[in-house]
Structure formats: structure tokens, C-alpha cells
Design a protein around this ligand. Structure first.
Ligand code: IDC
Length: 457
């Protein structure tokens, strides 16, 4: 392919047509398509299609392509509405990705079935225009040397993004602990080595429940354990997200005094560290936005008094759904933000329960509010049930595109499908072999371990 291109380029030079070949993006009108089969198994496969608009901006698009083999069928698609009639596949953009500026790309994907061979689809079109743009592969991102904390240093909020020491947006991808009151055995040198080195995780969320046998039963003990885990993350170059895991009761004000005591202590102890982010309430529920805002405006000054420049994350209404699970939306926060700087808002989802309407809210809100997905699951909101691969992939593609940081629930061996490790893993010393991973763990590891390519200037 490369050879052919070089040959054509040589002829083109002879014919005086160099410009047309050497800058295909300028010469082309229409679109360019990158089609990748990310995995294939007996009779099935998963593929991604990235379509870049090289023509005028579009609001609303349909991607068309042809399956060359009669046995190839789309089984389930994401990030678009998919249909197939005979060999012709039609893929229509959704509310949140329907606008494509010139040069902008939409990424969609599907699982498919095939019999016989599985050749690459042909005749890609965008709104009926053939995608004849360059099919040259983009160079893979160049990973930077050093750990995530070495490269990025202290973080801050810039506009709606999380930014590094060069004031450039970054996305952190990592895992959340389970409740440390229950799964403490899962967090040790070997498991955190695996998370940092094999998973290449950028962050560890330390989930400290307040109730359910958590912090309230032993404030000094839990505070000490959180600090220990902050140090273990730091030693491996990972960020640590300190999660004050309120859940039941859902009104964070119930724990206001405990929060003030806890954050005064951890903020003073960790103020000089580059790797700490504070999440002051996990999932407010059964409480108004103004109640949450009032809590935040009392706890943030306590953090700032000890540690003036760290990023603080505030949970949102309806289990950190920006109000969606309570029938509201992000406007209540946009119109009445927390009165503090260097803060972000939490957004949580469980992929099997929360789909397009939640994705629409997130993508709309992302241009107005700094968002951090401090927790999400690949399964239902119970933490169990079947993993939803299509919805999870749609979510993670969207988060990547918007550079929104995330932590997955959970890096633990809990006997529930949201856990990344098989039951019993934490009783042994092996966290690295593929046999210890659940379906959810394997999917998340494959997403998190790809190169970060953090900006370094
Ligand atoms: C769940 C755990 C489960 C535990 C339960 C206790 O997965 O093992 O018994 O908490 O409260 C959340 C919460 C998170 C939940 C998780 C799954 O932040 O604490 O963990 N979830 O239900 N929000 C939505 C889902």
C-alpha cells in the first residue's frame, strides 16, 4: 500500500501533480475513513469506524458502506443508529455527535458476525459523498517518558478541562477501589504495581465509605489508611482521588461535620503532594442542588485553608448524574455554580442502565462545566448484571473525545460483575496474568493501558 502510494507519487511528480498527492486533506472534498477490526473471534468481530469530514461542516450525517461478503452482519452498533439492508449498512449520527466541523471526526463501532472471510467494507460515503480522502494511517501517538505524575505535575482546572503543569488539557484514565472497609486486602504493593505498570493506570480513586462500617466507625484508622494509599499511588506515579464516599443517607449535609474534620486532616497532610485530588461527596441523592452547593461551599474552604491549589470535585444531584436521574439536567449547575475556583463536577454512569439520554446530557454539559467521571460501571447501577460492552464502548469513546477523566468501579475481586478481578484474586499474589481479570476487567485494562501521549510543552 505504502509502496503503491510512493510509486503513484513518483508518477505524479513527473506529471507535475505533486501538490495533489502530497496534501490529500486539502485536495480532497468529502471524507476520509479509518476502519479497524480491534478483535475477531470465531464467527464474530468488533470494528471501529472513524469518519473525518473533509468537506463543509455538517449538522446531521449518515455514513454508508457496503459489506463485501454476504455473511457479514452488524450485530450491535454504538455511537450512532445502525441499520443494514442486504450488504448496505447505514449509520446515522446521534444528538450528541451529529455536528461535524470541517476536519472533525466521529467515531462509531459495532460488533458483527461473519461466515467465511471477513474482508474490509467498501464504498464508504458521508451524506452520499464518497470518502475518497487520504487512507494513510495516522501515526500512533508518541508516549512520553515518565509516570503520569512526573509528566503532568500538579493539576488545575482550565476552562472546562483538567490541565497539567504546561496548562494543557489532559485526560486521566484509571480505576476506583471498592469500599476500603471491605476490600482492603486488594490494595497492596503487588496489586498497585500491576495497576501502574501493566494497566498503565493514571489514577487510583480511594473510595472511603462514610457509613456502612466505614469512616464513621473509626475516623483515625480510615484517615491513616487513605493517606497510606495516597503514598502508594504517589510512589508509582499515579494520581490519587480521595473519595469521601457518601451514599446512604444521600444528603451530604448529614456528614458535614465529619467531612470538615476529615478534609482538614487529609488536606493538611497531603498539601505538598502533586498527586492528590479531593472528591468531597460521592453521590448525593434525595437532596436538592442548592443543598449540595451549600455543603460544597462549607467544605471547600476547609480544604483550601490547608491545601490552596488542589483540584476539588463536587458530586451532583441524582447520584452524580448532573440531576438527570432526578428528572433534571445540568442547567441547575450552570445557572447556579458552586462559588469556588479550581473545581470540577462529578458525573457517574452505569453503562447497562444509563445510555443515550445520559450521553446527550454529558456531551452538552461538557462545553459548559468542568466534568470528571469519578465513578462508572460497565454493568447495571446495582454493580451487577451483564456487562454492556456496546454501551461501555460508546461511553469511553465519548469520554476520550471530550478528554474527560474517569475511574472505573472497581479494582477489586468483589463477587459482582463490575469488579475487574475474579473472586479470590486478592487472597493470592498474582494481579498480572490475564486469568485474574473478569470481562469488565479485561475491557477496562485494554482501554486504560493504551498510550496517554500527555502534552509536554
Ligand atoms: C455498591 C457495591 C456493592 C455494595 C454497595 C453498598 O458495588 O458491592 O454492596 O455499593 O452500598 C454506586 C455507588 C457505589 C455502589 C455502585 C454499585 O457509588 O457505592 O457500589 N454504585 O451499585 N452508584 C451507582 C452504582
Amino acid at each position: 500500500m505504502k509502496r503503491l502510494f510512493a510509486l503513484l507519487a513518483t508518477f505524479a511528480t513527473v506529471l507535475g501533480l505533486t501538490a495533489a498527492f502530497s496534501s490529500p486533506a486539502v485536495a480532497a472534498t468529502g471524507c476520509k475513513v479509518d476502519y479497524t477490526v480491534s478483535s475477531q473471534w470465531s464467527g464474530g468481530f468488533q470494528a471501529g469506524v472513524k469518519v473525518t469530514n473533509l468537506g463543509a461542516p455538517v449538522t446531521g450525517w449518515t455514513l454508508g458502506f457496503t459489506m463485501p461478503d454476504a455473511g457479514q452482519k452488524v450485530v450491535q452498533g454504538w455511537n450512532a443508529t445502525w441499520s443494514q439492508s442486504g450488504p448496505a449498512v447505514s449509520v446515522a449520527g446521534l444528538d450528541w455527535n451529529r455536528t461535524l466541523a470541517t476536519g472533525a471526526a466521529a467515531e462509531v463501532g459495532f460488533t458483527g458476525s461473519f461466515t467465511g472471510a471477513n474482508p474490509k467494507p467498501t464504498a464508504f460515503t458521508l451524506n452520499g459523498v464518497a470518502c475518497t480522502g487520504s487512507l494513510e494511517e495516522e501515526p500512533p501517538p508518541v508516549p512520553s517518558d515518565g509516570t503520569p505524575v512526573d509528566i503532568n505535575g500538579p493539576l488545575h482546572v482550565c476552562g472546562v478541562n483538567l490541565c497539567n503543569q504546561y496548562d494543557r488539557p489532559v485526560q486521566l484514565r484509571g480505576m476506583s477501589t471498592h469500599g476500603i472497609q471491605w476490600f482492603d486486602a486488594c490494595y497492596n504493593a503487588a496489586s498497585l504495581d500491576a495497576l501502574a505498570n501493566d494497566w498503565k493506570s493514571d489514577l487510583l480513586r480511594v473510595s472511603m465509605y462514610v457509613q456502612e462500617d466505614g469512616y464513621e466507625t473509626d475516623p483515625a484508622g480510615f484517615t491513616a489508611r487513605v493517606n497510606e494509599l495516597v503514598d502508594m499511588a504517589e510512589a508509582r506515579g499515579m494520581y490519587a482521588l480521595i473519595d469521601f464516599h457518601t451514599l446512604t443517607p444521600g444528603d451530604p449535609n448529614y456528614n458535614l461535620d465529619r467531612a470538615k474534620t476529615f478534609f482538614a486532616s487529609v488536606a493538611a497532610r497531603n498539601a505538598a503532594k502533586k498527586n492528590v485530588i479531593y472528591e468531597i461527596t460521592n453521590e448525593p441523592n434525595g437532596v436538592s442542588w442548592s443543598g449540595i452547593k451549600s455543603y460544597a461551599e462549607q467544605v471547600i474552604p476547609v480544604v483550601r485553608a490547608a491545601d490552596p491549589d488542589s483540584v476539588v470535585i463536587v458530586g451532583t444531584r441524582g447520584w452524580s448524574s448532573l440531576g438527570v436521574s432526578d428528572g433534571s439536567n445540568e442547567s441547575e449547575v450552570v445557572n447556579n455554580p458552586v462559588n469556588a475556583s479550581n473545581i470540577m463536577y462529578a458525573f457517574h454512569f452505569y453503562a447497562a442502565s444509563h445510555k443515550d439520554s445520559y450521553r446527550s446530557t454529558l456531551s452538552r454539559a461538557a462545553s459548559r462545566l468542568p466534568l470528571f467521571v469519578t465513578e462508572f460501571g460497565t454493568v447495571s447501577a446495582t454493580g451487577g448484571g451483564a456487562m454492556d460492552r456496546a454501551s461501555t464502548t460508546a461511553w469511553l469513546d465519548l469520554l476520550d473525545q471530550l478528554k474527560i477523566s474517569y475511574a472505573n468501579w472497581t479494582y477489586s475481586d468483589a463477587p459482582e460483575s463490575s469488579a475487574a478481578l475474579r473472586p479470590g484474586t486478592c487472597g493470592g499474589g498474582d494481579y498480572s496474568s490475564s486469568g485474574v481479570l473478569t470481562d469488565s476487567g479485561a475491557l477496562l485494562k485494554s482501554r486504560i493501558s493504551t498510550p496517554d501521549s500527555f502534552p509536554t510543552s
